[in-house]
Design a protein around this ligand. Structure first.
Ligand code: SF4
Length: 435
């Protein structure tokens, strides 16, 4: 591992009385490009008396000082994906006596980790994490809004107005890969004002809030003194209404727009951002897409793709299968749209099982591994795509909507063990989280 040339700019090396190990329960490539993880890394290190160092599954010793987990006072997990719970569980079992905390997008249902993690930060953690660290330093921990310990009847998810942004982002310049190549992640907005019924962003993270342009400019100027990058990745599921101005602020850096909304694709944006790849999420057929709240027709998508073909090299399409109300006609429509798009430009397709998420109008939909398997095999015979298998969708569903009855299953990733779980009999405790 270390034989590869490893070179990072933007690392924080700090000594503090209280040492926190920040674990991303997956590989460096994914975690070191995760904004929530970088948020925790910066935020904790900025608090007086605290020192925070990074761990990944392919870096079992801390990057900052080669320390082991046992050397730290607290193990903090930053976790965005349900399938990473296995690693969280495994590490937590190894350190029964150490304090363990967790935050991230998957924590809107904290119940599967009840009893495994001592303090779970639900929702935006800007306020709750600061309060927690202050209390910890003072040696007395009491109830904090937005923090779940398993004793509360209800927990209110944290909500932030985006005052804070991490600027010390360790960026890889060696041979080690990172999901966003030599990129500074700039969060331009959070939340979404749309209400697509399958999506957690608007239903959990809340309505869209945008960072003001002068704030964005300030973040970038500060980042230039803290780390080194050649691309700025603009992060925000609903993008920003002043996208062109932001692109202008970010020049001369290369721009990446991983969450550009279809409606925002324009000649001007494509020209000024100089994108190699454009990502579009048609989700499903036109009929299902519109009925689930994403009001874009196939014709509009094709129009945007034609425009992209004049400026970008690749288009990436994201679909889901197993959505409520899906028929074979919808699957055929996915095939037709994909074929039409790939006739226009080079296309990569990802198709994932639809996983019902807590707090969304689709939360009560029952996942069927059989239905998803059938849909994926129908598509596999007609188009080329990548994506996780149907069985992993079942496990994600159990973790995202289940309760503490799911916890013992986290010992194994084997589907044969999970398939016996009957979620229809399980109390939907995630409803005790107020979003
Ligand atoms: S799918 Fe996209 S547009 Fe719809 S609510 Fe989610 S983030 Fe917003």
């Amino acid at each position: 591992m270390w034989s590869m040339h490893f070179l990072e700019y933007g690392v924080i090396r700090k000594k503090g009385e209280h040492r926190i190990a920040l674990v991303y329960p997956n590989v460096y490539k994914a975690g070191n490009s995760n904004l929530g993880f970088l948020f925790a890394y910066n935020f904790i290190n900025e608090q007086e008396g605290f020192q925070c160092e990074r761990f990944f599954t392919d870096f079992p010793k801390s990057i900052e000082s080669n320390s082991i987990l046992a050397d730290f006072d607290i193990i903090a997990f930053s976790c965005s994906f349900e399938m990473d719970y296995f690693t969280v569980y495994e590490i937590a079992q190894k350190f029964p006596d150490k304090m363990k905390i967790l935050g991230g997008r998957s924590a809107y249902n904290p119940f599967p980790l009840k009893g495994v993690i001592d303090y779970i930060f639900v929702g935006d953690a800007e306020q709750s994490l600061e309060e927690f660290l202050n209390q910890y330093r003072d040696g007395e921990l009491s109830d904090i809004e937005g923090v779940f310990t398993g004793c509360e009847d209800r927990v209110k998810a944290g909500f932030s107005q985006l005052e804070y942004h991490p600027v010390h982002q360790p960026i890889q310049w060696g041979e080690y890969t990172q999901a966003f190549y030599r990129s500074f992640l700039l969060e331009v907005s959070r939340g979404c004002s749309r209400q697509c019924s399958f999506c957690m962003v608007s239903h959990c993270i809340g309505r869209k809030r945008e960072r003001p342009l002068d704030h964005i400019q300030g973040i970038l100027e500060e980042a230039e003194t803290c780390t080194k990058f050649e691309t700025v990745s603009l992060i925000g599921p609903d993008s920003h209404s002043n996208l062109l101005e932001i692109i202008d602020i970010c020049h001369p850096y290369r721009i990446s727009l991983p969450s550009l909304r279809i409606e925002q694709i324009s000649e001007e944006i494509l020209r000024s951002a100089d994108l190699r790849t454009v990502t579009i999420a048609p989700e499903s057929s036109e009929r299902l897409r519109i009925s689930l709240g994403k009001r874009i027709t196939d014709e509009e998508i094709l129009k945007k793709v034609r425009l992209c073909s004049e400026h970008a090299h690749w288009i990436k399409l994201y679909f889901m299968v197993g959505l409520p109300g899906e028929t074979s006609r919808d699957l055929q429509d996915i095939v037709d749209l994909t074929r039409q798009v790939s006739r226009i430009m080079r296309t990569k397709v990802t198709i994932s099982p639809f996983v019902p998420k807590p707090h969304t109008p689709c939360a009560d939909h029952e996942y069927s591994t059989k239905t998803v398997e059938k849909a994926l095999s129908y598509l596999k015979n007609r188009i080329r795509f990548s994506g996780p298998p149907a069985r992993s969708g079942f496990i994600q569903w159990a973790i995202s909507t289940g309760n503490e009855q799911v916890t013992p299953y986290l010992r194994t990733r084997r589907y044969s063990a999970w398939r016996n779980l009957d979620l229809s009999l399980m109390e939907k405790k995630w409803k005790r989280v107020e979003v």
